[in-house]
Design a protein around this ligand. Structure first.
Ligand SMILES: Cc1cc2nc3c(=O)[nH]c(=O)nc-3n(C[C@H](O)[C@H](O)[C@H](O)COP(=O)(O)O)c2cc1C
Length: 351
């Protein structure tokens, strides 16, 4: 029988199947069901920044952000009913109830208020924290540097307060994704270039000590925007992904694996065991599942585990390290084939 065990951010997992942050993981019962179904780790439903702000009575101060479409939509659509105190309770109850790693998730977009709460999550027993920086840069006056700095600050504030690993769940929309992925994950003894002019709270002889994220989760699937042409209004697109949405994340996992100093978790469009095999070949340490568990049920975890085991047996792989990252660009003898060449080949000759 193949060995499916793996590490993720230094945590030991019995298999690489992680249940993604969702309503499936918002209660202790839900967490127990996920663990009983065979999950290797569980990311709890997010606590949204608006909830922490509301709790401190400062929501009005944040009126602009409260109107932030993405967060508002999540709050309405996905029924985020837990407050910060209940959320801490969920973390500690979930930890007691199951023996797989529990990773609470914070959905944030501004730089304040996170660090102290992250510390409380650690004290409540969290094995790691996933930060979902769900920030939509729609302001015409805000440049790319200012947007990126927001990521660095949130990460830095949290990393300086907790000693457990921190994962960052990000979207693909950056001018230079490879560069920011590197900056977000690399530990540095001195202030990196991008923090020029910024003196963060943690200093070492006057210099910012930068500690990178322990994992990147690629990619956030943003609220799908659509227009209803009959009623001339805005509507939500499909809440659930389809299998065809795997490709963007797959490409970037294969491009970044082995190059950045962090684990990679794949999310979006992973629906069966063969999708999982692809992500592992590209270099993912774990996959995160959401839509497929809603569209099928939690039994899909075992189905995918079996598909992975069968595929490994067929190819003679005894454990995940035997093939993980084999199709990453870093390990390719033809790295150019991951980039422009493929694109040219595809289009030249098509009339
Ligand atoms: C009903 C539902 C609730 C979700 N809630 C959250 C959430 O609270 N926090 C978060 O980071 N992602 C949330 N997501 C996004 C998922 O974690 C996941 O990243 C996304 O659905 C893409 O993965 P998939 O293709 O497997 O569905 C939610 C998704 C769904 C469908």
């Amino acid at each position: 029988m193949a060995d499916l065990s793996t590490t993720y951010m230094g945590l030991s997992l019995r298999n690489p199947i992680v249940v993604a942050s969702s309503t499936l993981t918002g209660t202790v019962d839900g967490v127990k069901e996920c663990a009983a179904a065979g999950a290797g780790a569980i990311v709890l439903k997010s606590l949204f920044e608006e909830q922490i702000v509301a709790e401190t009575g400062a929501l009005l101060e944040y009126a602009d952000y409260a109107n932030h479409g993405e967060a508002a939509e999540y709050l309405q659509g996905y029924g985020m009913e837990l407050g910060p105190r209940e959320y801490l309770q969920l973390v500690s109850d979930a930890k007691k109830a199951v023996d797989v790693p529990i990773i609470p998730s914070l959905n944030c977009f501004s730089n304040e208020r996170w660090a102290d709460y992250a510390k409380k999550l650690q004290l409540a027993g969290a094995d790691a924290i996933e930060l979902n920086i769900a920030f939509m840069p729609t302001d015409l006056r805000q440049d790319a540097k200012a947007v990126e700095e927001r990521y660095y600050r949130i990460l830095h504030d949290v990393k300086t307060k907790v000693s457990i690993p921190v994962a960052l769940k990000i979207g693909p929309y950056f001018s230079s994704l490879a560069n920011i992925a590197d900056h977000l994950t690399r530990d540095r003894a001195e202030a990196p270039d991008f923090t020029v002019g910024w003196c963060g709270p943690s200093t070492n002889k006057g210099k910012v000590v930068w500690s990178g994220a322990d994992a990147l989760v690629l990619f956030n699937r943003f609220y799908q925007f659509d227009i209803d042409i009959d009623h001339l209004g805005l509507v939500a697109g499909n809440h659930f992904s389809s299998q065809s949405e795997i490709h963007l994340g797959l490409r970037w996992i294969s491009l970044l694996a082995g190059k950045i100093d962090a684990d990679l978790a794949a999310t979006t469009g992973i629906h069966d065991g063969y999708d999982m095999v692809k992500q592992l070949l590209a270099g993912a340490r774990v996959v995160q599942l959401c839509s497929t568990l809603y569209l099928n049920d939690l039994g899909q975890i075992k189905v995918m585990q079996r598909q992975l085991e069968e595929w490994m047996a067929e190819h003679g792989f005894a454990n995940l390290d035997a093939f993980r990252g084999r199709l990453s660009q870093a390990r390719s003898d033809r790295p150019e084939s991951f980039e422009r060449l493929q694109y040219i080949k595809l289009f030249v000759g098509i009339e």
